[in-house]
Design a protein around this ligand. Structure first.
Ligand code: AP5
Length: 210
């Protein structure tokens, strides 16, 4: 099964994607994670992308579309994948349709996670990640990762003013994709303002077709 997770920054896409990976062994394709890896590695793409990411703007389509084209072409995606953070604009969605048609594949479901913007600001400002094991958690866990003991960090773009810009960009560029996938008859909307496992129960029902 091939799934798109749609939703504003902080709506819980990455959290639910991790559960899909654990349960269904699907491949998680997160453009945000791929870009952050490029930034950490100091590649040409990373250096260019960082300017946009730090200010909450979208990275130009050309860079992202090439990145996704390369990733979707890899053999491991044949057993099912989750797109998290892509597509983020109508032009990216059209490019994705073209790439999938070339690969004789398609998207089975698009899941939109709905959530109130003010809840998002609170959530993102308290998000932390472990640079060693890659786990995402919240500031309520304390300063160190409960799994590997490393110091937890905040993402560079999780400052309140950048979060508000990201929300603005989401409304302008990405929210219209909800209608795009509704038009294709594959959209499912769920309430993301509930505990993680309650949201997950809905995601599981959609993915398992129950
Ligand atoms: P990206 O990394 O994709 O960020 P995002 O879409 O802004 O989403 P987030 O990762 O912030 O949130 P999430 O929905 O995954 O929430 P999470 O599960 O972590 O993109 C970053 C930047 O890269 C963009 O701004 C852009 O510049 C660039 N970029 C990426 N893709 C691009 C593209 N296609 N085109 C152009 N540019 C692109 O949860 C958030 C927090 O809430 C966590 O602490 C979590 O523990 C907690 N949480 C999750 N669920 C719940 C729940 N149900 N209840 C309580 N807390 C919860």
């Amino acid at each position: 099964m091939n799934v798109i997770l749609l939703g504003a920054p902080g709506s819980g896409k990455g959290t639910q994607a991790a559960k899909l990976v654990d349960t269904y062994a699907m491949v998680h394709i997160s453009t945000g994670d791929m870009l952050r890896a490029a930034v950490s590695a100091g590649t040409t793409l990373g250096v260019e992308a960082k300017k946009y990411m730090d200010s909450g703007e979208l990275v130009p389509d050309k860079m992202i579309i090439d990145l996704i084209k390369d990733r979707l072409g890899k053999d491991d995606t044949g057993g099912g994948f989750i797109l998290d953070g892509f597509p983020r604009s109508t032009s990216q969605a059209i490019a994705l349709d073209e790439q999938l048609a070339e690969l004789s594949r398609s998207i089975d479901v698009a899941i939109a996670i709905d959530i109130d913007p003010e809840t998002i600001v609170k959530r993102i400002c308290s998000r932390r990640f472990c640079p060693a094991c890659g786990r995402t958690t919240t500031a309520s866990e304390g300063d160190t990762c409960i799994i590997c003991g490393c110091k937890l960090e905040a993402r560079a773009d999780d400052k309140e003013e950048v979060v508000r810009k990201r929300l603005e960009v989401y409304e302008q560029s990405t929210a219209p994709l909800i209608d795009y996938y509704r038009g294709k008859g594959i959209l499912h909307s769920i309430d993301g303002d509930r505990p993680v496992d309650t949201v997950w129960a809905d995601v599981q029902k959609i993915v398992s077709g129950n």
